[in-house]
Design a protein around this ligand. Sequence first.
Ligand code: C2G
Length: 137
Amino acid sequence: MLSMKRVITYGTFDLLHYGHINLLRRAKEYGDYLIVGLSTDEFNWDEKQKKCYFSYEKRKQLLEAIRYVDLVIPEQSWDQKVTDIAEYHVDTFVMGDDWQGKFDYLRDKTSAEVIYLPRTAEISTTQIKADLRQRRK
Ligand code: C2G
């Protein structure tokens, strides 16, 4: 292919589920090469107050096994997106629409298209944990 179209997305992807897979599958449809910025354990704790069930290495291993994913890089700060997009020559930035509008600044600071995709309803890591707690009662 002449010009490889590169896509990037970011996330924690802890307790990987079909909502994440739906997002990654649709993100890949925007190009030929999908990069995932995977939140490190520190970033998750310091910036998102998320304590991951699986470590970064385990979550990376899971993502690398997904057919839509071509490269996994660490996400260590909120403001690395601008440099990632430049460094990896990214054409399209994709996030689920729970982030709608939050990354519009990338339209001014980079040449990438910014796309928000509808989330998959009814599934979330929080929901999975809640259901499992419920079952134990
Ligand atoms: N997602 C989805 N449907 C769900 C759950 C998640 O489409 N039912 C999407 C989210 O919208 C996000 C991606 O899957 O685009 C990863 O979700 P999280 O791991 O929860 O990512 P988050 O903690 O929101 O981190 O810098 C951006 C952050 O790293 C995003």
